[in-house]
Every structure is written in structure tokens, then in C-alpha cells.
Design a protein around this ligand. Structure first.
Ligand SMILES: Cc1cc2nc3c(=O)[nH]c(=O)nc-3n(C[C@H](O)[C@H](O)[C@H](O)COP(=O)(O)OP(=O)(O)OC[C@H]3O[C@@H](n4cnc5c(N)ncnc54)[C@H](O)[C@@H]3O)c2cc1C
Length: 398
């Protein structure tokens, strides 16, 4: 029971808890880095189980595989699910939380029919082919080209930092179709079968020796026009839908945030006392609660069919920073325990993982600086950055 739950929500929470207890055991155990194949298989299986139970799309109508549920029920499910080290994360959510909303907003009826259910069921895993060596924060600077040839588009270029491209079935791709238009106008959005000839995925090895993301080289890749999403030249609009949903989703990971209260409990169990950082902890607790209630608002606006807009950036910005600061305090205060091997899913494992992941999270899906710029300009109405390449053809941009 959570102190915020109404009686109906408390009942739903109990249902979820017992469903999780009955179902998680079969998918736990495979490490995403040590055995990517087993992890991927478990991720598909976990997604399928959730879809069968209606938990994969709680707010959707039952006829479409949902539960006709409320935003609050979705939050409750995420909170309870996050207590287990289940195989999920970007490998699954790029499809379920980013691609599906983009398809449902911009896709044709055939595209929605073709991809939604298999993605919800875990049969299709997706990757996001947006970033390039010269296009990260300035995504519209991308240079991968798509040229029309009969009923196909022919794609040439290079993507980078593509998470899970080595196991993904399909990708969402942003490419330039018109270099004479201004840089945001000449882009088009495509769906790519990652097993097509012309797709060459090369893993990037991290400093830790793990390979979670990749370079993807696209050479004379042919994509049928039926896999174009939205109109030619309207790719930026589609990509904004994807990125907005990415930020809401990453902020949603905050359900998995190891909390200040959890940290204090853990410290208590160790017989130690927090001797420092008291004010910081109080401030983090405030942000943690603010984030939780802000997230309820975002979920409510999504459930009304609204697009949360640039304010959603706050969710990821605050989450990544709280995660980094809190995990650092945890590791400092818990001493040796923070450095030794931990039980997956245990509070300590979550703090250790949080500490390692937060640095990457502050970059992925839009860096802190870019999100702050967006909030300043588009939420607070402050003067925009000087952009000299805004109104000239892309071919003239340097
Ligand atoms: C873990 C992880 C997973 C990722 N997965 C994917 C994926 O699956 N698919 C994908 O397409 N991409 C992915 N990315 C890439 C990610 O989107 C980019 O790294 C991010 O957008 C930043 O781009 P960049 O790395 O090119 O940095 P740059 O854009 O070169 O930025 C470098 C620095 O300059 C700052 N900066 C840049 N412009 C401004 C400005 N106007 N004002 C103030 N500061 C500025 C940035 O904040 C940053 O600190 C992933 C990244 C990470 C870390």
C-alpha cells in the first residue's frame, strides 16, 4: 500500500504484486552484457507476458490489448515492476514507448496495424537511428541521404550510438531527402528492417568492455515508400514526437529510482549513520517527490490524448541529476558494500547501477544543456540562442 493510493488503486497494486510474484521468476537471471542473446530472449518473453495480461499498454482499450486503465494504474505497475531486475529498458521501450506513439500519431492505418501488436507483444524490438557523427544535440544537421528511386528510397550514410541495433529487428530512421530546403524541413522519417542488405551494424566497445550501442553504416539500403512515416519533408515533426516520448519515458524510469528513504533504511541496517549531506538528502527528497507528482501530470495529459510538449524535458533532466547525486551519496555512505558484488535488484545494486548509468543518462536522449535550453526558450519564453543556419538551405550550412 502506498499512502497516495485510493482503495481501488490499492486493490490494483495488490493484483499487480501477485501477478509479478507469479511471473517474474521465469525471466530473471540473464545479464544484458554477459549474455545478450539470453537477455534479449527474456526481454521478448517478459514483454509477451505483460501484453497477454494487459499490462503492456494499461491505458489502452481492452480491444487493442490494454486494460482501459488509468495513468495512475500505469504508474503503480511501473513502481511495482521496478522492484525486480526484469529484462526491460531501451531494448524494449524504444519500440513500445517511442516507436508506437510515433506510429499512432503519424502512421497510416496499415502501418499501425502492421507494427503495433507485434511490438507490444515483444516480437519486434526496435532501435533508433537518429544520431550521427556530426548530428547529436544538433540533430537536424544529419547527413544520411535518402534518394527516391521508383517505389523505393535508397539510403546512404552513417549513424552512431545506436543502442541495441545489434539485436533489433527494426529501426526508426531520420534521413535527409532535400538538401535545398532549410535543415529541419528537408528530413523524412522511415521504418527500416534491420536485416535488409545494406545495413552494417558494428558494435562500439565501452570502457567497461561491454557493447550496448553501435555504429550503423547504411550503404545503398533500399526502403519501400510504404515504410516512410509521415509526408516527405515532415520527418522533423515525427522525430519530435519520438523524442518527446523518449523524455517522458526516461523520466518514467524514475519509478525505479532508488529513493532517499530506501537509502536511509539501508544505512540503518548497516548500523551506520548519515553524518553528512543531510541538507542535500532533504533537497533530493523534495525533488524526488516533485518528480513523482510532475510525472502524474504528464501521464494524465497523455491519457487525454495531449502531447506534453517541451515541459516534459524537465522529467528527464531532474531524474538523471537526482539519480546521480543520490547514488553518489549512497556509495559514499555505504562504504565497502557499495564496491562489492551485489544481488541483482537489491537496493545496493540499484544504487551502484544508478551511479554508473546516470552519467550516460545525462547525455542520452538530449543532454542536460540542451534540455535546459529548451525549457528556457520554450517553457519560460526566454530569448532564443542565436541560430545562423535556421533560414538558409541545408546545402549552404557548414
Ligand atoms: C547511453 C546512450 C545511448 C544512446 N542511444 C542512442 C540511440 O539509440 N540512438 C541515437 O540516435 N542516439 C543515441 N545516443 C546519442 C545521444 O542522443 C547523443 O549522444 C546526444 O544527443 C548528444 O549528442 P553528441 O553526443 O553528438 O554530443 P554533442 O551534441 O557534440 O554535445 C557535446 C557537448 O556540447 C554541449 N552542447 C551542444 N550544443 C549545445 C548548445 N547549443 N548549448 C549548450 N551546450 C551545447 C552538449 O550539452 C554536450 O555537453 C545515445 C547516447 C548515449 C549516451
Amino acid at each position: 500500500m502506498d499512502f497516495n493510493d485510493s482503495p481501488a488503486e490499492a486493490e490494483f497494486r495488490q493484483q499487480v504484486q501477485s501477478w509479478l510474484q507469479d511471473n517474474v521468476a521465469s525471466v530473471l537471471g540473464a545479464d544484458s552484457h554477459q549474455d545478450a542473446a539470453a537477455f534479449t530472449a527474456n526481454a521478448r518473453l517478459w514483454q509477451r507476458k505483460k501484453a497477454q495480461a494487459g499490462y503492456a499498454a494499461i491505458r489502452w482499450p481492452r480491444a487493442e490489448g490494454g486494460l482501459d486503465g488509468t495513468p495512475m494504474q500505469e504508474v503503480i505497475f511501473q513502481e511495482e515492476e521496478s522492484r525486480y531486475a526484469v529484462p526491460t529498458g531501451p531494448l524494449v521501450t524504444i519500440g513500445t514507448q517511442m516507436t508506437i506513439p510515433t506510429l499512432r500519431t503519424h502512421g497510416t492505418a496499415e502501418q499501425i496495424e502492421r507494427f503495433t501488436r507485434p511490438t507490444l507483444n515483444g516480437d519486434l524490438l526496435w532501435c533508433q537511428l537518429f544520431s550521427e557523427p556530426s548530428a547529436g544535440s544538433d540533430l537536424a544537421n544529419l547527413r544520411t541521404r535518402a534518394v527516391k528511386d521508383g517505389d523505393d528510397w535508397v539510403i546512404n550514410g552513417q549513424k552512431v550510438w545506436t543502442s541495441w541495433a545489434h539485436v533489433a529487428d527494426w529501426g526508426i530512421l531520420l534521413a535527409r531527402t532535400d538538401s535545398e530546403a532549410t535543415k529541419h524541413k528537408g528530413l523524412t522519417f522511415f521504418l527500416v528492417d534491420m536485416r535488409s542488405p545494406g545495413v552494417d551494424v558494428r558494435p562500439i566497445e565501452n570502457i567497461s568492455g561491454e557493447s550496448e550501442f553501435n555504429e550503423v553504416f547504411l550503404t545503398d539500403l533500399r526502403i519501400p515508400d510504404s515504410y516512410r512515416l509521415g509526408a516527405v519533408g515532415e520527418g522533423w515533426k515525427c522525430a519530435m514526437t519520438t523524442l518527446m516520448n523518449e523524455r517522458v519515458n526516461v523520466g518514467g524510469e524514475s519509478q525505479a529510482l532508488p529513493s532517499v528513504v530506501e537509502l536511509l533504511e539501508q544505512i540503518g541496517k548497516n548500523g551506520s549513520q548519515v553524518t553528512q549531506d543531510r541538507f542535500k538528502l532533504a533537497s533530493l527528497l523534495t525533488k524526488e517527490l516533485g518528480l513523482r507528482y510532475f510525472r502524474f501530470r504528464l501521464m494524465t495529459s497523455l491519457s487525454k490524448g495531449e502531447t506534453p510538449g517541451p515541459i516534459a524535458a524537465m522529467s528527464k533532466l531532474v531524474y538523471a541529476n537526482v539519480l546521480q547525486e543520490l547514488s553518489a551519496i549512497a556509495l559514499d555512505n555505504l562504504g565497502l558494500e557499495g564496491m562489492t558484488e551485489q544481488q541483482p535488484g537489491s537496493p545496493m545494486a540499484r544504487f551502484t547501477y544508478g551511479y554508473q548509468w546516470a552519467a550516460a543518462l545525462r547525455i542520452a536522449g538530449g543532454t542536460d544543456e540542451i534540455l535546459r535550453n529548451q525549457i528556457a526558450e520554450r517553457v519560460l519564453g526566454m530569448p532564443g540562442e542565436i541560430r545562423v543556419d535556421k533560414n538558409i538551405p541545408f546545402s549552404q550550412c557548414r
